[in-house]
Structures are given as C-alpha cells and as structure tokens.
Design a protein around this ligand. Sequence first.
Ligand code: G3P
Ligand code: MG
Length: 271
Amino acid sequence: MNDTLHHSGDRSAPWPYPRWIAHRGAGQLAPENTLAAFRLGAAHGYRMFECDAKLSADGVVFLLHDDTLDRTSNGHGLGSDLSWSDLSQLDAGSWHSRPYAGEPPPTLAAVARFCRANGCLLNIEIKPTPGTEAATGRAVALAAAQLWNGPGRVPGQPAPPDQPPPLLSSFQPEALAAAQAAAPALPRGLLLETLWTGWLETAHTLGCAAVICDELLWDQTTLSRVHRAGLRALAYTVNETASAERLIGLGLDGLITDRIDRFDPQGPMST
Ligand code: G3P
Ligand code: MG
C-alpha cells in the first residue's frame, strides 16, 4: 500500500515526551517494574518510564513483565491466577539483590500516583497474559484514563499543570484495538519485534501515534516510512552508546533504555 495513505498521526503536532525513557521502570539496577526502580530512575534524572501491565485474577492492573511470577518474585505460576490481595504480599525485590528484599509489586494506580506527584511521564506496555489480549487492553486503557484524569494532586500542594497522558503500547494489535475502543483519546504505540506484513497499515488502523521497534529494525528506509506516515519512531532497548548515537543520528524520537547509569537524559544526547 502507498505510504502516502498513512496519516493516522500528525508529526507537526508537538510530541510531549522526552527522548529518553527508562525501561521497566529503570529495572536493571533495581528490580524491574517496582516503585523502587522508578525512584532510582527519577534520582538519575529520568522523567519518563516504560513499564509492563497486566491483570490480576480479580481484574486489578499491576506491573509484571513475564506471564509467570517465578523469575521476578517469590511467587509461582501465572500472575493472572492470583488475586491482587495475594499478589500484593509477594516479594518482588529479593531476586534482584538484598537491598530490595520485600519490595512489593505495584498496581498501576500506585505507579500513577508516583508519576503524577513527581512530574514523571509513563509508557504503559499492555502485556496481556495469553488469551486476555482484549480484556487487558480495555482494562489498562480505562484505568489509565481514570488515573490521569484531572491535575495530579499532592496533599497540601497546589495542583500542578496538566501532564501529558500515558502512552499505551503493545505488541498485540488486539490489545491496542481494545484500548482504542475504551479510551480513544489516549495515545497508542505499536510495538514491533519484526516488521511483519502489514505493520504500518495496522499502526494506521489502530490510530497509533508511534511505532516502537526493536532497535535493530531501524534504518533510514523504515524511519522515513514511519515519519512520512505522520508517526513518531521509538526504539527499545538501547543500551550501548554506539547504538544510541546511530539512532539519534537517524532521527529517532525516543529511546528506551536499561542503562540509566550510562545515558544522562538531560545530557548532550538528550536533544
Ligand atoms: O516496551 C518496550 C519493551 O519493553 C518491549 O520489550 O520484553 O522488555 O517488554 P519487553
Ligand atoms: Mg516492556
């Protein structure tokens, strides 16, 4: 299909997100997808975070990357099999290192409170347990729309100015379609591990504002197609200086990194 037909985005509109985004809530030096990781990223100057969100058995949106709990907590089996009251008792920090022992998994609501109180922006990756793509996309979008509705409030302080809404992303078009139906005003990004047939048409159909690719997929041709379609171009997971330099030279709009200790989000590579 002719690229000129793809105009779901509007690249003349301002992009409110910074270039650098901490991956899994800055989850390499601290346990991924925990508030401890967000705090560490914020202490390194990061203003935007990516995290992975899915549903508990009783429909609470919480952060977990894998389908199962085993790698990143003392729990076992599918995260979606446990209620939030059971998930909230887990230790999601000891697996990483002793200083984080006892760190719990957070709900999306807790992450929203942290981000809004600290002026941080969020990219919520919808990470459905297989078979729950539409339900997870819908629930994450509805929760995000509600949690970011109105100015962020810190008790005793004046309301800060409106903050940009969270960017919702997913590898699963079905999850993004459900998010689009539930909260059409929230921006969306299509995640790509490969350039499968029809990816740009799909991003267009889903009304995406961005395409977020494995860093190795970006070259001048891919970037031109995305930018000509009016979409923003983001890359994951950019951990090497040479990769960052290549992608910034190409003209990428956003880089998702684990290496909050290597890349200064306000430094020379920030603009
Ligand atoms: O959202 C970008 C990146 O997080 C996608 O890969 O597996 O780390 O969630 P993964
Ligand atoms: Mg992710």
